[in-house]
Design a protein around this ligand. Structure first.
Ligand SMILES: NC(=O)C1=CN([C@@H]2O[C@H](COP(=O)(O)OP(=O)(O)OC[C@H]3O[C@@H](n4cnc5c(N)ncnc54)[C@H](OP(=O)(O)O)[C@@H]3O)[C@@H](O)[C@H]2O)C=CC1
Ligand SMILES: CCCCCCCCCCCCCCCC(=O)OCC(=O)COP(=O)(O)O
Length: 311
């Protein structure tokens, strides 16, 4: 056996590894799907990551439908994009806007109709809008748990389900959702947010399997901290605004880089993408491979945070 491994098997194993590596490099280098003229819907396009996604998809020639709750802020984004594309060679389009509140499920069906009317179809839906939360479970009203779930989970799945039939009819389309590292691991004092992102991960994993027969890819993107207003806009246990720009958020990744990674994931029809540094990535593996240690680390994190609050 040793002679076989030494003489025949080793070169075979090395050659297979080489082929695999080459395949992975080629996959990364391939240009991916073109987005020129594609109809791309982005929720939460008025700020942060959504706004940066609007920029990169607009520059790639997509016909955009920008969604948010504030019509004036969406118009501001439209003006910025239109001004940025004057004089460029790429054919670009003035984005359309649709204003609605994801927390109000009843308005989502009407919004989906309005979205479909813009260009008659949707090629890519990017479920990006979301809010975060800071709080201790003991002091958190159940209504806050519900509200975060409504915006981050029920709203996006209602919009997805309202737009899916038109994609299924055409056997064409692409569903993307911006989840979070907290859709894969739960950290203390984020119950509402982490629960909504875990639900998101599960729902869109199910959807991916069910949509494969129609050729509709589903991409779940799980970023680590990004430099946006997410923490400023977060809600607390009594429903009031947190209103603090956390250091972790301020030190987060540039949203322009994250938007480029979203564009790449869409072009390559990636299934599941984690956009985080080595520590959160390690934590995701630890949660599966050594849960006892992960839980110990989270308990210690909870104790430390509580101590800081008590001081
Ligand atoms: N920043 C970070 O560290 C990370 C963020 N993420 C995720 O990225 C996504 C974008 O967040 P980010 O850009 O960071 O934060 P921002 O607070 O800057 O943007 C959130 C966007 O969501 C929209 N939104 C919020 N609530 C609603 C609602 N009820 N109905 C419709 N739109 C709503 C807001 O629009 P408007 O208020 O105009 O309606 C806003 O455009 C979120 O899903 C977030 O969970 C994931 C990992 C890390
Ligand atoms: C044997 C050594 C093991 C080392 C493991 C280290 C474990 C470290 C824990 C790391 C936790 C990372 C949490 C990352 C959270 C995150 O990136 O969230 C992204 C967000 O969605 C941010 O939202 P928020 O509202 O919380 O700012």
């Amino acid at each position: 056996m040793e002679r076989v491994m030494g003489g025949g098997m080793l070169p075979l194993v090395l050659a297979s590894m080489g082929v695999l590596l080459l395949y992975r490099i080629l996959i990364r280098l391939r240009p991916g799907a073109a987005l020129q003229d594609a109809v791309v819907v982005i929720t939460g396009a008025s700020s942060g990551l959504g706004k940066e996604c609007a920029r990169v998809f607009h520059a790639a020639g997509a016909r955009l439908v920008l969604c948010g709750r504030d019509a004036a802020r969406l118009q501001q984004v439209v003006q910025e994009l239109t001004a940025s594309s004057t004089g460029t060679k790429q054919q670009t389009y003035t984005p359309s806007t649709v204003t609605f509140d994801l927390a109000d499920t009843d308005t989502v069906d009407r919004a989906a109709e309005e979205i479909l009317k813009c260009y008659g179809q949707v090629d890519v839906l990017i479920n990006n809008a979301g809010i975060s939360y800071r709080g201790n479970i003991l002091d958190t009203h159940l209504s806050v748990q519900r509200d975060v779930m409504q915006t981050n989970y029920f709203g996006p799945i209602a919009l997805t389900q309202a737009l899916l039939p038109s994609m299924v009819r055409r056997c064409s389309g692409h569903i993307v959702v911006i989840s979070s590292v907290q859709g894969k691991i739960a950290i203390p004092y984020r119950s509402a947010y982490a629960a909504s992102k875990h639900a998101t991960q599960a729902y869109f994993d199910c959807l991916r399997a069910e949509m494969e027969r129609y050729g509709i890819p589903v991409t779940v993107i799980s970023p680590g901290y990004i430099r946006t207003n997410l923490s400023l806009n977060a809600v607390t246990g009594d429903g009031s605004k947190y209103g603090v720009l956390d250091k972790t958020t301020a030190m987060g990744r540039d949203p322009r880089d994250v938007a480029q990674a979203v564009l790449k994931a869409v072009r390559h029809r990636s299934k599941d993408v984690v956009l985080a540094g080595p520590l959160p990535t390690l934590a995701i593996y630890l949660r599966t491979l050594w849960p006892a240690l992960f839980f110990k680390l989270m308990s210690s994190r909870a104790r430390k945070e509580q101590k800081l609050k008590d001081e």
